[in-house]
Design a protein around this ligand. Structure first.
Ligand SMILES: Nc1ncnc2c1ncn2[C@@H]1O[C@H](COP(=O)(O)OP(=O)(O)OP(=O)(O)O)[C@@H](O)[C@H]1O
Ligand SMILES: CC(C)(CO)[C@@H](O)C(=O)[O-]
Ligand code: BAL
Length: 351
């Protein structure tokens, strides 16, 4: 969806509040789509869902802010992709604040303000002006929370800040980030935000890979930086593992491994719907599909923390289930080099 005219670009909090007041005075509902930019069609589907979220007129604003509070110092804050000029061409109204935090470095060591938990905000030394964090205590623990220790407190906090600044009636989040969506729903319920949260379906590439800003790091250019890996790939016949994309193009190879995530989820879902509903078996099957996706020596080098498979979780609480005998979600996370990709599939009506 391209903007037909120059987008309204709002950079500071007071102007954002004034924008919302004006839209309300015009009789419109206000819908917020929070993002970190580098927009793709998955993001734009959230904008469409926001525009259609009410029977009456809706003013949609997309926030673009790469939030240092949700990245640990070991994570990819500094390499997170960005293209603000390109993003603005796709939108009608954008809130892109240069910073959302009070910065007041006081020279304290990097112990963080939350029991030693340190995000890039605190590590930068200027984050001590901010010391209030929201924790959705149980929901934030498993799945992505177990490998990204500050992620959900950072997400919940920045989304609460965005809610307080934008003051929307509606907010749309993608189900690709399934746990994030559930965490925000729970925060809204528990803290009495008067905001309707909409979870929007996963948008995929033609080949089924879930769209994600970080997919750009699966490109040939990025991969070719790792000459060793490329050489290794050239000298090994990954074709022997039945990899259809592998014709000595490293990017095809990694891409096909990435595709194995969605393939594994389709197979798992089919099995569960056919009554093969033991979580452990479903999980084993997913790991097998991912394992078969490529040459194991490349995979050992290319995958950190091999696979993070959670077959299956109860839909809202995300509590692990032994069997898919009630509505469930199967979640997978894998590392491709420095990129962590996540995917999931919901099973709303198991047999
Ligand atoms: N393929 C997709 N389908 C549906 N929603 C999506 C998709 N990709 C992202 N979103 C949603 O867009 C919102 C903003 O996400 P974000 O800006 O982090 O993009 P992203 O593509 O998820 O990036 P990342 O590579 O960091 O995971 C989130 O609510 C996210 O769930
Ligand atoms: C919700 C969010 C915008 C908070 O920074 C981010 O986690 C994202 O883009 O999914
Ligand atoms: N899409 C969620 C943002 C993140 O991974 O940091």
């Amino acid at each position: 969806m391209a903007a037909a005219h120059e987008p309204e670009v709002i950079r500071d909090k007071a102007a954002m509040r004034a924008w919302t007041r004006r839209r309300r005075a015009e009789g419109k509902a206000v819908a917020l789509v929070p993002t970190m930019g580098y927009l793709h069609n998955g993001h734009l589907s959230l904008v469409s869902a926001a525009a259609a979220a009410s029977a009456g007129p809706v003013a949609v604003v997309v926030s673009i802010y790469v939030n240092p509070g949700q990245f640990a110092p070991t994570e990819d804050l500094t390499t997170y992709p960005s293209d603000l000029a390109g993003d603005l061409r796709k939108l009608a109204a954008v809130f892109c604040p240069p910073d959302l935090y009070v910065r007041a470095g006081d020279g304290r060591p990097d112990a963080g303000s939350s029991g030693g938990t340190v995000s890039c905000l605190e590590q930068a030394g200027g984050g001590y002006g901010h010391e209030t964090w929201i924790r959705v205590e149980q929901l934030e623990k498993g799945l992505c929370g177990s490998s990204r220790p500050v992620f959900f407190r950072g997400v919940a906090t920045v989304v609460a800040k965005l809610f307080n600044i934008v003051d929307p009636d509606i907010a749309v989040l993608g189900k690709k980030d399934y746990q994030q969506w559930r965490v925000i729903c729970r925060m809204v319920r528990d803290l009495d935000f008067a905001i309707e949260i909409i979870g929007s379906e996963i948008v995929r590439e033609a080949d089924c890979l879930a769209m994600s800003s970080r997919n750009v790091h699966l490109s040939r250019e990025e991969r070719e930086k790792d000459n060793n890996l490329k050489a290794l790939h050239r000298t090994r016949s990954a074709r022997k593992n039945g990899n259809p994309c592998c014709k000595c193009r490293y990017d095809d190879f990694v891409h096909s491994m990435a595709l194995s995530i969605s393939r594994s989820l389709v197979n798992a879902r089919t099995a569960a719907l056919n009554g093969n509903n033991h979580s452990q078996q479903i999980q084993d099957q997913i790991v097998q599909t991912l394992t078969e996706a490529g040459d194991s020596s490349i995979k050992q080098r290319n995958f950190r923390n091999p696979f993070d498979v959670n077959a299956d979780c109860e839909l809202e609480s995300l509590v692990p289930l032994e069997r898919v005998d009630r509505p469930a979600v199967i979640c997978v996370a894998t590392w491709f080099g420095k990129v962590r990709l996540i995917e999931n599939t919901e099973i709303q009506a198991p047999p």
